[in-house]
Write a protein of this length. Structure first.
Length: 576
């Protein structure tokens, strides 16, 4: 069969430059089309012409600049920008990005379909840059396998002694389920070591949460440190199910069940006297199971009240309320604002031999010796209210309820506080005054509120400036300071010292650790009268301010004025 077809473009140029015989060029065009390959790929693969000669001919034919891939720093390639399937299919390589323009290395610059498809996928304008086919093949192969290489490198870099000696609580084999659970490799040494390293890094870095997150084209691991999430690694997508299976094995979950959320715990012994608990939750998402681990460090409950960031007058109010024989102390704030640590710190102060202390929590986060802790379990009828009823039959001195969620729990707690017990609990409200109106809206009688609640603590956590690298914020003018309210926070103008975060090897973007921001309000006679009159949270807040209690905004500005945190962070946490 004759391949006597008219030649054009690159094929014609190769013949004119005497790099190919005309008949060979015609056969190559037909064969490349049949095999669905670019002409350049077919010629190089079958050794019909040298890659460099083809590239030079293409440069002359199409007027496209030629780039030498040997000079490319592969670390500078814009990773995760172009779908790897498109790179494989079209044999193109993202070289660099300038503004909204993406430059793609191609041995066949006439492949307009590739440019258009990548332009649509990335939302950028695409330009072709001519490269040699053989070098392109090598770099693409290395690029596509980079994720696998990265995780292997991570495995190689692990401290084997540390990871092998980690004592993780054993698994209840009966809870693991059976059948084809897709967990093959859950106990592979590399997977075990990889997860152990992530857990150790999170502990050493002071992180509070670890997120293992599957997506369609990526898998990422993020740590929440100082209240802010940041990505630490991107293992290959195909390892997602194995990572999830390993975590489920460690936390005694059913690894054959991937359709519903599950809860579990991991206990990791770091030394003879040091153990860390992880509260684990799985969530079925579109692309697999997301697994989140919350790190529960018992030492956080032993910090002592002086380390939490209370100002002196706030600490005195808290200590005074803790020493009362009865009444109710409420701690409020969003999830992750440090309510549990504030409560546990108070319980530790009260935890003496002569006191009977019981807590109902969902779940118990940190084990405290000498305190009777109960995990509520609504499925079997053990609610907060039911646990409270049981506590009151066991002659308690102090009761802690993890959260007041409904009128029944609130009423039993109020009744306990009225009958000679000190009750501590939490609510999810934004400020101390709103806590009182929330309970009134639940249906708690106003008289009971006014006479029983003794102290309310609303709180947030702000990132603490790194003392090693923070720099004075002399660029913040007095107009801004006045507008933000710094001159009204109770610190003399000449003593205000603002700082900016900088960043150094010892911190995270200029911040290291966190400091508490507190609104501590004692329910005084004046506030009680407002409650009895059915006043709203705004009226209660006005009276609290007149009584000398700082709100959250003022407390945050005071921390910024003292140089403990930045004005930007104070605004992030408490801006009205």
């Amino acid at each position: 069969m004759s391949n006597n077809i008219p030649l054009s473009g690159l094929a014609k140029r190769l013949v004119n430059d005497q790099l190919l015989e005309e008949e060979a060029a015609q056969e190559a065009v037909v064969a490349a089309k049949k095999e669905k390959l670019a002409l350049t790929k077919y010629l190089v693969t079958n050794n019909l012409a040298e890659a460099k000669s083809i590239a030079l001919a293409a440069m002359e034919e199409f007027g496209t600049p030629l780039f030498d891939l040997a000079s490319l720093n592969t670390e500078s390639i814009p990773k995760e920008l172009v779908d790897k399937k498109l790179i494989q299919r079209h044999q193109v390589l993202p070289l660099f990005k300038r503004g909204n323009r993406l430059f793609l290395g191609m041995a066949d610059p006439t492949n307009l379909h590739a440019l258009d498809e990548i332009k649509f996928q990335t939302g950028t304008n695409t330009d072709a840059v001519l490269v040699e086919q053989d070098k392109l093949d090598t770099v693409i192969d290395r690029y596509l396998n980079a994720a696998e290489e990265d995780i292997e490198d991570a495995f190689d870099d692990l401290d084997d002694a540390d990871l092998e000696n980690l004592d993780v609580e054993s698994v209840d084999e009966d809870a693991m389920g059976g059948g084809d659970d897709g967990s093959e490799g859950a106990d592979d040494a590399p997977i075990v070591k990889f997860i152990n390293k992530i857990l150790l890094d999170a502990i050493k870095g002071g992180s509070s949460d670890i997120h293992f997150e599957p997506y369609e084209k990526a898998y990422r691991v993020r740590l929440r440190t100082d209240g802010v999430l940041h990505e630490v690694t991107r293992p290959p997508v195909n390892l997602g199910s194995r990572l999830a299976a390993r975590l489920k094995v460690m936390s005694r979950m059913d690894i054959s069940e991937r359709r519903v959320p599950q809860d579990g715990r991991i206990k990791m012994k770091l030394s003879k006297n040091k153990a860390i608990d992880f509260r684990v939750n799985t969530l079925p998402t579109l692309w697999g199971e997301k697994v989140v681990l919350r790190i529960l460090d018992p030492s956080s409950a032993q910090m002592g009240i002086d380390a939490l960031g209370y100002e002196d007058f706030q600490k005195e109010l808290y200590m005074e309320a803790l020493q009362q024989p009865q009444g109710m102390i409420l701690v409020t704030g969003p999830t992750g604002s440090g309510k549990t640590v504030s409560l546990y710190t108070g319980l530790n102060i009260l935890n003496t031999e002569e006191r009977n202390i019981s807590t109902a929590e969902d779940p118990v986060e940190i084990n405290l010796e000498g305190i009777n802790q109960v995990n509520v379990n609504v499925k079997v009828g053990l609610s907060f209210a039911e646990a409270l009823r049981s506590f009151l039959r066991q002659d308690p001195d102090i009761v802690m309820v993890g959260e007041i969620r409904d009128l029944e729990t609130a009423e039993i707690g109020i009744k306990a506080a009225q009958t000679g017990h000190l009750v501590l609990s939490t609510l999810h409200t934004n400020s101390a005054p709103e806590t009182l109106t929330r309970m009134a809206n639940m249906g708690v009688p106003l008289f009971n509120l006014a006479t029983t609640v003794s102290l309310i603590i609303a709180q947030r956590l702000a990132r603490r400036l790194c003392p090693a690298c923070k720099k004075p914020a002399d660029d913040v003018p007095d107009e801004i300071r006045q507008k933000e309210g710094l001159f009204d926070c109770g610190i003399p103008k000449e003593e205000i010292e603002l700082y900016h975060p900088v960043g150094c090897p010892a911190c995270n973007n200029g911040y290291k650790g966190r400091v508490g921001i507190y609104e501590v309000v004692k329910v005084t006679d004046a506030i009680s009268r407002i409650i009895m009159d059915g006043g709203n949270s705004i009226q209660i807040a006005d009276v609290a301010r007149d009584e000398g209690f700082n709100n959250l905004r003022t407390s945050a500005l005071r921390k910024a004025a003292m140089g403990l945190t930045s004005l930007e962070e104070a605004n992030r946490v408490t801006k009205d």
